[in-house]
Design a protein around this ligand. Structure first.
Ligand SMILES: CC(C)(COP(=O)(O)OP(=O)(O)OC[C@H]1O[C@@H](n2cnc3c(N)ncnc32)[C@H](O)[C@@H]1OP(=O)(O)O)[C@@H](O)C(=O)NCCC(=O)NCCS
Length: 180
């Protein structure tokens, strides 16, 4: 997805495009099972940062797949996830032409702009309303350990609660130490 738009269309060097891939949440939008768009979210102590929004050209509004507003669907999903995880702030760097789009999703320009990776970026901050079901430190422990983003349905560990605590483990200590 990102190789098509950022490397293909925007001629980004690989090293500028692919970084931090294993320290973020990737969000993928599929249309009829086909990967159509994506973005990623990076997490910091008191803010989250939405990055790398890209929609395959055929799935863009007006594209031959007839899809509409996938970018809005991705951005909306990301902001909801950020709020559900209890964040009240998000940071963003928008390619200048797309600031109106990000403004519609709760971002405000800080007034600063920076140039890197061949683009002028508008620096943005979004102040978020608390999510009514935000997952906080006092959340149900079983909810906290459910698969990311699927906090409202039982996960594998919910089902495991039917098993008794038999405490299976491999004890490599010498026999005499175990008796201790
Ligand atoms: C930007 C992108 C995600 C939009 O995808 P999309 O699903 O087709 O989105 P839409 O057509 O519904 O556009 C969403 C908004 O962005 C605006 N937009 C889209 N392409 C634009 C462009 N090339 N220049 C300026 N604005 C643009 C649209 O006007 C629309 O705003 P509106 O709803 O207020 O009219 C897609 O064009 C893309 O992947 N581009 C390459 C990667 C990129 O530039 N990512 C953004 C980095 S900040």
């Amino acid at each position: 997805m990102r190789a098509l738009s950022f490397l293909g269309e925007q001629e980004s060097p690989w090293g500028e495009e692919f970084d931090n891939e294993f320290s973020c949440t990737h969000v993928l939008c599929k249309v009829a099972g086909e990967p159509a768009g994506a973005l990623r979210i990076r997490w910091f102590a008191n803010f989250a940062k939405i990055e790398r929004l890209s929609v395959r050209s055929e799935f863009r509004t007006g594209g031959k797949a007839g899809a509409r507003h996938i970018a809005d669907a991705l951005a909306g999903f990301a902001v909801e996830l950020i709020r559900r995880k209890g964040y009240r702030q998000m940071v963003g760097h928008a390619q200048k032409r797309l600031y109106p789009f990000w403004k519609r999703h709760g971002y405000q320009a800080t007034g600063e702009e920076i140039v890197y990776a061949d683009h002028t970026y508008v620096l943005m901050v979004g102040h978020l309303e608390p999510h009514p079901q935000a997952i906080g430190v006092d959340a149900d422990p079983m909810v906290v350990i459910r698969p990311e983003g699927r906090w409202d349905e039982p996960g594998p560990f919910d089902l495991s609660m039917m098993r008794p605590a038999t405490c299976p483990h491999r004890d490599r200590r010498p026999r005499e130490a175990r008796a201790a």
